[in-house]
Design a protein around this ligand. Structure first.
Ligand code: PGA
Length: 253
């Protein structure tokens, strides 16, 4: 049985006092639960603070991106080794905001997945179609292209121990969630595509849904056989909303 994950993606949000208040509100409600994982992916400058607040707790932390380079003249980048030094165990890679606003191509995303693995991080590889692509019935072609870039570079082994997140771009931050059937369909497609290369890796690959997940829709989404948790943006910034999703994951297990 695959494990359930709830991962918060704070994006470009946070402040020292705000982060502390948020995590202090979450922590007392989170007890270690076998087979379930809770994590937050935070802006890099807050890693030290978040480590201080979360170390020894059941909540893990990670970065929101990772450099494809190990070190050198790459102004603004944060390497996988740097994230590891601050105790991060996860890194989001290929989020649609990085792809559309910061020029992360499929090839760059594949390099970032490889860099994360090399540094000992668990990549959360994000894939997803835009509304225009869905309306043109290109959803599967887009998901295949984004996934294949990683499979072609590093093989299915790159996804063994990684997380895959299906995030339809039209559902991110819009309040419009994919229906549980739409999420299941996309997840099943992705799992079958990984299975063509390695059935065992595909079977154990946790697959998260992301896009306007809330306490009110999490239960239905997490009940789908191929939805193994959620990648949560807006609702991860409000303790009560994030905890409601966590409770749904615990109940679904
Ligand atoms: P959202 O963001 O939950 O605010 O829609 C999800 C994400 O972008 O990871």
């Amino acid at each position: 049985m695959r494990q359930k994950y709830v991962v918060g993606n704070w994006k470009l949000n946070g402040s020292l006092p705000g982060n502390e208040a948020l995590l202090k509100a979450i922590l007392p409600e989170v007890s270690p639960k076998a087979g379930r994982h809770l994590a937050v992916c935070v802006p890099a400058p807050y890693l030290a603070q978040v480590r201080g607040l979360l170390e020894g707790s059941p909540v893990a932390w990670g970065g929101q991106d990772v450099s494809r380079f190990e070190k050198g003249a790459y102004t603004g980048d944060v390497s996988g080794a740097m994230l590891r030094e601050f105790g991060a165990t996860l890194a989001i890679v290929g989020h649609s905001e990085r792809r559309t606003l910061f020029g992360d191509t499929d090839a760059i995303v594949a390099e970032k997945v490889a860099a994360a693995r090399k540094a000992g991080l668990t990549p959360i590889l994000c894939v997803g179609e835009t509304l225009a692509e869905r309306e043109r019935s290109e959803t599967e072609a887009v998901l295949a292209r984004q996934l294949d870039a990683v499979l072609e570079k590093s093989g299915a082994a790159a996804l063994d121990g990684a997380l895959l997140a299906y995030e339809p771009v039209w559902a991110i931050g819009t309040g419009k969630t994919a229906t549980s059937a739409q999420a299941q369909e996309a997840h099943a497609f992705l799992r079958a595509r990984v299975a063509k290369q390695d059935a065992a890796v595909a079977a154990r690959l946790p697959m998260l849904y992301g896009g306007s997940v809330k306490g009110a829709n999490a239960t239905e989404l997490f009940a789908m056989p191929d939805v193994d948790g959620g990648l949560i943006g807006g609702a991860s910034l409000v303790a009560e909303d994030f905890l409601a999703i966590w409770r749904a994951a615990v109940a679904a297990g």
